[in-house]
Design a protein around this ligand. Structure first.
Ligand code: ZN
Length: 310
């Protein structure tokens, strides 16, 4: 829906989209000012119903629900009980433009009535809103030590070879120390910029498991000047269609296997620019691993650099 709506509306409107309810909530609570919020009712992680309940009544009034399942009895009851507009899928271009224009005009009228009132970011509400949700979120202090994690992060870490991650991630722990070395410079630089500029930053990254190709969208929000909120929303989740190689001694040099810190492919030493996907090593890392960055990941994180390894 995001791609279609963006295409149709971008000429007359400023558009931004969130990959999940949790990300949208964080964005709204951290001072995002939206005339109209188009919200899919059935979203992964957090439903539209949970999403709208986490908003203030004033924010909730800007929501237009989009659904292709309005006939579901549970949804019918919910939609009948709320004042929000509903846009049923498949919708026409004209219907989409009409509802956005009408809601936008209404919002501008309301705003004129509130002129002079500045909406301050409510960062505590931003974390509270995502505290129990399935998407993973955490709060870091100015020195990038961990202050809080939400329920989704703990579940995610447990489900994804999290043993190692969890050990390093009690409140007070250093985020930097928990990162694989080749990625530290990138994330520390990005997070420092959020503190310095007070502006949200986001990027999309690969976080595949042994069996699923997954990408996540990380959005980082300033919480005043003393903390940042990091929300990770799943964007793609599909079976791998890449060739899978078997674990083999050929991958080890003096017993050490070099794994890409980002995509977790392993270096093939006889041909050092080649990195193979070995799902068995992702499921159960080899005894001795050193972290590097493969060429595509180096280009992604550090455009223009040579592939690095440590
Ligand atoms: Zn890689």
């Amino acid at each position: 829906m995001a791609a279609v709506a963006t295409r149709v509306l971008q000429h007359d409107n400023d558009i931004s989209w969130s990959a999940s309810g949790a990300d949208a909530l964080a964005r709204i609570h951290c001072g995002g000012d939206f005339d109209v919020i188009l919200c899919d009712v059935l979203m992964p992680g957090m439903t539209g119903i949970e999403f709208v309940r986490a908003l203030t009544p004033r924010q909730a009034a800007s929501v237009v629900f989009v659904t292709g399942a309005a006939w579901l009895p549970a949804l019918q009851d919910f939609l009948a009980g709320v004042p929000n507009e509903v846009l049923e899928k498949p919708f026409t271009r004209a219907a989409l433009c009409e509802v956005v224009e009408r809601m936008g005009a209404r919002e501008r009228r309301l705003r004129r009535g509130h002129e002079g009132v500045v909406r301050a970011p409510d960062t505590r509400a931003a974390f509270d809103a995502v505290a129990d949700c399935d998407e993973s979120a955490y709060v870091l202090a100015r020195d990038l030590r961990l202050l809080r994690v939400n329920a989704g992060w703990t579940t995610f870490a447990h489900a994804n070879d999290g043993g190692n991650v969890l050990e390093g991630w009690a409140p007070g722990a250093s985020f930097v120390a928990a990162l694989p070395a080749p990625l530290r410079e990138f994330y520390v630089g990005a997070f420092e910029r959020v503190f310095a500029t007070g502006e949200r930053w986001e990027h999309e990254y690969d976080c595949s498991s042994a069996t699923r190709y997954r990408t996540f969208r990380m959005a980082v929000y300033p919480m005043g000047t003393e903390a940042i909120l990091v929300v990770n929303a799943r964007v793609v989740d599909a079976p791998h269609d890449r060739p899978d190689h078997r674990p083999d001694d050929v991958y080890a040099v003096d017993g050490v296997v070099t794994m890409c810190a980002s995509c977790r492919r392993v270096r093939f030493p006889p041909s050092p620019t080649r990195w193979d996907w070995v799902s068995a090593y992702v499921a159960r890392p080899p005894e001795r691993v050193s972290h590097g960055l493969c060429a595509p990941c180096t280009e992604f994180y550090f455009p223009g650099d040579d592939p690095r390894s440590l």
